[in-house]
Design a protein around this ligand. Structure first.
Ligand code: LHQ
Length: 257
């Protein structure tokens, strides 16, 4: 069985982390395969990417048996060849990426989730910045996104204490978008992906870029960027269709163009 399950259906690229007996922790094979599948999601056939875990967890981060293996990859390889390219691929993908957190998300598993555009979780899911517990520092963009999501003080405490927090606490802190009851989770999460996959994809991509830029830019630059991207959005076929459908009092049929 492959460590990543992947399919493209109804314009959604679904990536399922699939090492359930190891809580979907990442080994080299799984990290490289995930990069490959994220690259396949650049296709025009994909208008939304959906990432979730198989079994009871989302991902327990790095497979610790791999780092304990003297023949396994070193830390530099793990960061520069496994995790960092996953993060940059997710952020650079010109379409929304949804992380559907079905269970525990720890270490790099938590931080890969947090760099996604929309993070939703089942009520029984949880998040742990597990790094401090084994003497490491947070990676996979956690030190970039977490303080921006929940504020410096809470990020600092979670990263230093390595405390496990529930999906509901994560929602309250603004770490994630929404929590759904376990029994409704898969349906609710896939409905969000289905909705995104039918929306004006280019407009969403420009929104993603603007939000990414806002993390590091000044107001004047941001206003200028909004002007540039609004003009681009205004030239898309989906914008024309959106206005036309509104005038004709019907549902728009967006094609992602
Ligand atoms: C695992 C793992 C795991 C292997 C559960 N590996 N087997 C970057 C640079 C270089 C080096 C290292 O890492 C990094 C990035 C990182 O991600 S560092 C952080 C690595 N992750 C962790 O430290 C988390 C370790 N796991 C845990 O603390 C717990 O498993 C959590 C809290 C995630 C879940 O606890 P439980 O729900 O009680 O599950 P469990 O502990 O019973 O795990 C189930 C199985 O999964 C178990 O195997 P077994 O054969 O005993 O049933 C675990 O050994 C295995 N597993 N995490 N990371």
């Amino acid at each position: 069985m492959s460590s990543i399950l992947f399919e493209i259906k109804d314009s959604i690229g679904s990536i399922i982390l699939n090492r359930p007996e190891k809580l979907n922790s990442f080994n080299r094979e799984m990290a490289l395969l995930m990069q490959e599948k994220l690259d396949e999601c650049k296709s025009k056939d994909v208008r939304c990417v959906y990432i979730t875990g198989a079994g009871k967890g989302f991902s327990a981060g790095q497979d610790l048996s791999e780092v304990a293996d003297p023949n396994g990859p070193g830390f530099n390889e793990i960061l520069s060849e496994h995790y960092n390219p996953i993060i940059t691929r997710i952020r650079k993908l010109e379409k929304p990426v949804v992380a559907a957190i079905n269970g525990v998300a720890a270490g790099a598993g938590a931080n890969i989730a947090l760099c996604c555009d929309i993070v939703i979780a089942a009520r029984s899911a949880s998040f742990i910045q597990a790094f401090s517990k084994i003497g490491l520092v947070p990676d996979s963009s956690g030190t970039f996104f977490l303080p921006r999501l929940i504020g410096w003080q809470k990020a600092s405490a979670l990263m230093m204490l390595g405390e496990k927090i529930s999906a509901e606490e994560a929602e309250k802190m603004g770490m994630i978008y929404k929590v759904f009851p376990d029994e409704d989770f898969v349906e609710a999460a896939s409905n969000i992906a289905k909705q995104l996959a039918q929306m004006p994809t280019l407009g969403l991509a420009y929104t993603k870029t603007l939000l990414s830029n806002s993390m590091i830019s000044h107001l004047d630059d941001q206003l200028q960027d909004e002007n540039i991207f609004q003009q681009r959005a205004g030239q898309t076929a989906d914008y024309k269709e959106g206005v036309k459908a509104f005038m004709e009092k019907r549902k728009p049929n967006f094609r992602g163009e």
